[in-house]
Design a protein around this ligand. Structure first.
Ligand code: SDX
Length: 392
């Protein structure tokens, strides 16, 4: 897409890599998975279809998609002993910390997934990860809410199962709202991959030592948790709630964000690569309007977000630094309208990003990339003579 690129001779996996999966252009605000525009995929495909594309490189035929969904269904049961692990966590544990631990623990119950030797074993590892991760992600919510843990229903779709796993109670069936399913499909698609971001680079780095897929994904979950990365969607909502509590004065918080002596940053704004609008933010902003209108939710937080965005986009400080809303700025508003608790927002980011993590780990292993070994610029002391204790 961008012509030949040259990697420095010291490239030998110094952390940068070649990849066929995702192309993004930060100046133009372009994002494509395997050559397909994110705008098309978000509007015309569903999340499992896009997961197949990201992982295997092509949009699936109807038969391929059905087989993929059925093969995932073979592995949606989680070993009952995993419940002993989740029971060890306090109810106050953050879901991302629980999810990272549970994902790593999957290796203990699926040792074969550590070193996949061939395409068939790789395919099985992919399906196991897609199936079990979704269940464990919802268990983190069920645990902190004191609800019994749910099981995947193989008669229902992937996103429908997410909703059931999260919200269905023994007291009666959970009614699937197609508007919510459609909104989640779109949101998961928008998060599916984003080339070498912090958490994906972590997954590739850990996997490059030939640590297994579950251990690598677990490390990715931990990296995503940080408020500068995936944790930003939770931080955005907490910021908007703070502004609302403080009288809704967006300008006051804009001023705080510009004040170098104030640690406050405008969460959901800025991006390491996008120096133009994050294309995902545009789609999510439109979806937020549609979902809240369809669900009849009138959330004043959305108005504060729009006011903040409008003021920031006209402000010299933000314009001169190319600071625009990113994927996390509006996603939390939709999650809140769908009844998702704030501390689960980043877990939903992880569910969406899972196919990207898997695809990037698979690409790194199939390409037999060497173990990651980033280089450094040494800025410490030159050689010094040892100083005995009485001279220190
Ligand atoms: C994600 O990489 C990916 O692709 C990530 C992601 C993905 O899909 O995987 O897109 C998902 O992580 C999106 C980003 C979510 N994080 C946030 O919304 C947190 C708030 N944003 C900032 O922390 C920051 O913008 C980063 C971390 C996102 C990007 O940081 P950079 O590129 O290192 O920018 P910087 O810290 O060098 O800042 C450049 C200037 C600085 O001012 P000066 O020193 O030049 O005076 O911009 C300022 C910063 O102070 N700045 C901000 C700001 N972000 C940068 N000022 C106020 N509010 C902000 N949000």
């Amino acid at each position: 897409a961008t012509g030949a690129i040259t990697l420095d001779p010291g490239y030998k996996n110094s952390g940068s890599c070649k990849s066929d999966i995702t192309f993004l252009d930060g100046e133009q605000g372009i994002l494509r998975y395997r050559g397909y525009a994110i705008e098309d995929l978000a509007e015309k495909a569903n999340f499992l279809e896009v997961s197949y594309l990201v992982i295997f490189g092509e949009l699936p035929t109807a038969a391929q998609l059905e087989k993929f969904e059925n093969d995932i269904r073979k592995y949606t049961l989680v070993n009952e002993e995993m419940k002993n692990i989740i029971d060890g966590f306090p109810k106050t544990a953050h879901p991302m910390g629980v999810l990272s631990s549970l994902t790593s623990a999957l290796t203990a119950f699926n040792p074969k997934v550590v070193n996949v030797e061939n395409e068939e074993e790789m395919y099985t590892a992919v399906c196991k990860t897609m199936g079990k991760f979704l269940v464990l992600a919802t268990w983190t919510f069920r645990k902190t809410s004191g609800f019994p843990l749910n099981y995947y229903d193989n008669t229902k779709g992937y996103v429908e199962n997410f909703l059931r796993l999260m919200f269905e109670l023994p007291t009666g069936p959970y009614t699937i709202n197609p508007v919510i399913v459609d909104a989640l499909d779109k949101l998961f698609i928008l998060h599916a991959d984003h080339e070498q971001n912090c958490s994906t680079s972590t997954v590739r780095m850990v996997g490059s030592s030939h640590a297994g897929l579950f251990a690598s994904i677990s490390a990715g979950v931990s990296a995503l948790w940080g408020p500068l990365h995936g944790g930003a969607n939770q931080a955005v909502l907490e910021m908007l709630e703070e502004i609302q509590k403080d009288g809704g004065d967006a300008e006051k918080y804009l001023a705080k964000a510009k004040d170098k002596n104030d640690p406050f940053r405008l969460m959901g704004f800025g991006h390491r690569v996008y120096k133009n609008f994050d294309p995902r933010a545009k789609i999510i902003k439109k979806a937020a309007d549609e979902v809240l209108a369809t669900l009849g939710v009138n959330d004043p937080i959305l108005n504060i977000a729009k006011q903040l965005e409008e003021s920031a986009l006209q402000d010299e400080y933000f314009k001169s630094r190319n600071l625009y809303p990113n994927v996390d700025f509006y996603s939390g508003i939709i999650y809140r309208a769908l009844g998702i608790p704030t501390d689960m927002f980043t877990v939903l980011f992880a569910i969406g990003r899972l196919p990207g993590w898997i695809a990037q780990w698979k690409e790194m292993r199939v390409n037999k990339e060497p173990i990651g070994r980033p280089r450094q610029v040494y800025t410490g002391y030159a050689l010094r003579s040892f100083k005995p204790m009485n001279e220190r």
